[in-house]
Design a protein around this ligand. Structure first.
Ligand code: KIV
Ligand code: ZN
Length: 515
């Protein structure tokens, strides 16, 4: 019997980006989209085009780059959003517009202040307008979990008639139990039959998003919306890796279903997202947590040594976690070993990026004895996702004594000229950022600052993420910096945000003048 394929719709770049503190810059989004394509995701929700010029720009670039996955943009059921979505994905090989409006009584009455028939009319108009841009239109009944099933059927009839090919039923507030999702999906999938694909989008407020997605698949859903590491609004979305591995590991129950996911890319994808967003999965997180394959108890260790399956239901290699490869690099490691390690970690770099990353590896290896896989992942990701280097840090000199005034002298390169300036501040980091502001003639407002250590040991790399607002009217910009010295990493992160801001301004100016 041929298997039924469950479409995997990844919304890490859209709903996942709504996780507090998870914003990403354009280069990072492009890198993530390429990795999602490699993972075998069917649909990549690349963002919400109408949300900001930055979102539009990222979706457009992803649409130009991705070849085998469908690229999708979210749009409210209003013309302006749908037009922006249609234009942003125009160049994609495979494209979809995902439009939505709320259908639950509470949302219609209090949020939309619209009657059910007005909501149906708006939904139909939105789908018809979206069809002017693409064939593949998904319609979501926001808060379907708390909507009346009879109304869900009525609006589904109307939007399918208007051209929608996928009907998504989000449990927007993560309220439902698996048997309730099962009932809703069964009702809708038997009602719509093969007129549309039924999809689910479960939030994790009660920790049931994955269980609800599996219940939906068992009852007729043929698309699940999910995110890597379960990122997403509030408690997050259903985790892609948990759904996919549940279907695979329990082939005895779900043998009729398959996905297009290459599970060996799960771990590299999870690490990439963690390193870009700075949000680590909890250590005991299923599938990708640091401890997911660690056996601590003596009894368990004994069992695993005698026969792995005594305590392991899946192999780490199945998700691309190579526990046998313990090679740690250091200052004597040559280019070949470095290249080999990159290949094992799943990175394919062109010569220019390889040379730049190897150079940074050598500088790091001079200061840090052992270089772990996570250090290398951080180096590569940092190299591949940084904005064009308009400003580049040359050196940093700090004066900070507990009783004195913290000051920073910063040397920065721009267009082959070195600019030196200095400033005092309320703390060392404040002094560094103020000096960079003096050099760039822009006044950044620091909205968020996060530092984490990338790997182990006193000489661990510091990874700093900043969120800076250079213009009150526009969204704050993310910057990342990496160095053994936290202050240097902080300066790099701030300059990274500055470069992203300036390159975005430059692009916007070019787009406006070329129209
Ligand atoms: O949770 C939700 O309802 C959503 C929709 C926009 C699909 O994210
Ligand atoms: Zn959502």
């Amino acid at each position: 019997m041929s298997k039924e394929t469950i479409k995997i719709f990844d919304t890490t770049l859209r709903d996942g980006e709504q996780s507090p503190g998870a914003s990403m810059n354009t280069e990072e989004k492009i890198q993530i989209a390429s990795q999602l394509e490699k993972l075998g995701v069917d649909i990549i929700e690349a963002g919400f085009a109408a949300a900001s010029p930055g979102d539009f720009d990222a979706i457009e670039k992803i649409a130009q780059k991705v070849q085998t996955s469908t690229v999708c943009s979210l749009a409210r059921a209003i013309d302006r959003d749908i037009k922006a979505a249609g234009e942003a994905i125009k160049q994609a090989k495979l494209k979809r517009i995902h439009t939505f409006i709320a259908t639950s009584p509470i949302h219609m009455q209090y949020k939309l202040k619209m009657s059910p028939s007005e909501v149906i009319k708006r939904a139909v108009d939105a789908v018809k307008y979206a069809k002017e841009f693409v064939d593949d239109v998904e319609f979501s009944c926001e808060d379907a979990g708390r909507s009346d099933i009879a109304f869900l059927k009525e609006i589904s009839d109307a939007v399918i008639e208007a051209g929608a090919t996928t009907i998504n039923l989000p449990d927007t507030v993560g309220f439902r139990m698996p048997h309730e999702i099962a009932h809703m999906v069964k009702e809708l999938s038997t009602y719509t039959k093969d007129r549309a694909i039924i999809s689910v989008h479960n939030h994790n407020d009660l920790g049931l998003a994955v269980a609800n997605s599996i219940a939906a698949i068992e009852n007729g859903a043929r698309q699940v919306e999910c995110t890597i590491n379960g990122l997403g609004e509030r408690a997050g979305n259903a985790s892609l890796e948990e759904i996919v591995m549940a279907l695979k590991v329990r082939g005895d129950i779900f043998g009729n279903f398959t996905t297009n996911i290459n599970t060996k890319e799960i771990y590299p994808t999870s690490r990439l997202i963690a390193s870009i967003t700075g949000i680590e999965p909890q250590p005991n997180k299923a599938i990708v947590g640091k401890n997911a394959f660690a056996h601590e108890s003596g009894i368990h260790q004994d069992g695993v040594l005698k026969h792995k399956e005594t305590y392991e239901i899946m192999k780490p290699e199945d998700i691309g976690l190579n526990t046998d490869d313990t090679l740690v690099l250091g200052k004597h490691s040559g280019r070949a070993a470095f290249k080999d390690k990159l290949a094992k970690l799943g990175f394919e770099l062109d010569d220019e990026a390889l040379n730049a990353t190897f150079e940074r590896f050598k500088i790091l290896a001079d200061k840090k004895k052992d270089i772990y896989d996570d250090d290398i992942r951080a180096l590569v990701t940092n190299e591949m996702t940084s904005a064009p280097k308009i400003y580049e840090l040359v050196s940093l000199q700090l004066m900070d004594c507990s009783n004195g005034v913290p000051s920073a002298a910063v040397t920065i390169k721009k267009d082959d000229n070195e600019i030196i300036d200095a400033s005092i501040g309320e703390g060392t980091i404040d002094a560094i950022f103020k000096t960079i502001d003096r050099i760039s003639n822009l006044k950044g407002e620091l909205r968020d600052y996060k530092v984490k250590s990338v790997s182990e040991g006193k000489d661990a790399l510091a990874s700093v993420t900043v969120k800076v607002s250079f213009n009150k009217e526009e969204p704050a910009i993310i910057g990342h910096g990496l160095n053994i010295d936290t202050m240097v990493a902080s300066a790099r992160a701030y300059i990274g945000a500055l470069n992203s801001y300036l390159s975005m301004q430059g692009k916007l100016r070019t787009t406006h003048t070329s129209h």
